[in-house]
Design a protein around this ligand. Structure first.
Ligand SMILES: [Zn+2]
Length: 263
């Protein structure tokens, strides 16, 4: 075998493992959707065993917002939505169609439009295959071995690391914040997603201002390496005209969500 053929083969392997995000950025994805969804399923199951969930009007409200947002993903699948009793202002979405919202987030996301901002953002991480990208990048390094070895059981440090890579963290698992690129991608896609669901995209600015005010006393760890609030708000403002257009189209088409926030 010549060096040239060898080069061609390894190039093929690299290309096969590369895909594109919805915003056109190329990313490393070593796992099939099925594999990554299975990791998400297992992590969500595990998380539910660790933290108490909340039902009733609070769960109805969160599910109402979440289902309106996920209806716009085009997957046609229904997402599982759980509310966890936890004071930290956190939420996450996992591959395989799972959403977790902490009760603490509802103190910061003060209405359905603000909550849709967070859920749009988290669901966008899933749609852009960020979990696959993160697990793949990790697997390409030596520490990735422990991640893969424990993928089945999710016990021990490797399992916690995997859950962190998938997008959970803080409370359970090792916190591994998304990169700046992944964050701005999730902002862009999430804003369009909420607008298409009929939620007012201008609420995204209020939400991040609330987050900023909230984090002055006790910064939520998952936000620590996110872009600064100012940069994030500038990015959202730059896209607002386009998002408002999508929002008005959605309202005209009868997508007018009215989720009742419990008092
Ligand atoms: Zn994010």
């Amino acid at each position: 075998m010549t060096l040239r053929t060898l080069g061609a083969i390894s190039l093929t392997l690299v290309l096969a493992a590369c895909s594109q995000t919805p915003t056109g950025r190329s990313q490393l994805t070593l796992f099939s959707d099925q594999e990554i969804n299975q990791m998400g399923d297992q992590s969500f199951q595990q998380y539910q065993q660790k933290l108490p969930t909340v039902g009733g009007a609070t769960a109805d409200y969160v599910q109402c917002v979440a289902h309106a947002v996920t209806a716009q993903t085009g997957s046609g699948e229904s997402w599982e939505v759980k509310v966890f009793k936890d004071d930290s202002a956190n939420a996450f979405a996992l591959p395989g169609g799972h959403i977790g919202v902490n009760t603490g987030l509802l103190q910061v996301a003060k209405n359905q439009n603000q909550l849709a901002t967070v859920l749009g953002h988290e669901v966008a991480h899933v749609l852009a295959h960020h979990a696959n990208e993160r697990v793949s990048t990790q697997a390409a390094t030596q520490t990735g071995l422990s991640v893969l070895q424990s993928a089945a059981g999710l016990e021990g440090q490797g399992g916690q690391q995997l859950m962190g890579l998938l997008g959970m963290g803080a409370k359970y698992g090792i916190l591994m914040p998304f990169s700046r690129k992944q964050e701005s991608e999730a902002d862009t896609l999430g804003l369009n997603l909420m607008a298409r669901a009929g939620f007012d995209p201008r609420a995204s600015i209020d939400l991040w201002k609330n987050m900023e005010a909230n984090s002055q006393s006790q910064p939520p760890v998952w936000l620590s390496t996110h872009p600064s609030h100012g940069q994030r708000i500038d990015g959202l403002q730059a896209q607002m005209d386009q998002a408002l257009q999508l929002y008005r189209q959605a309202r005209d088409a009868g997508r007018t969500p009215d989720c009742q926030r419990p008092g």
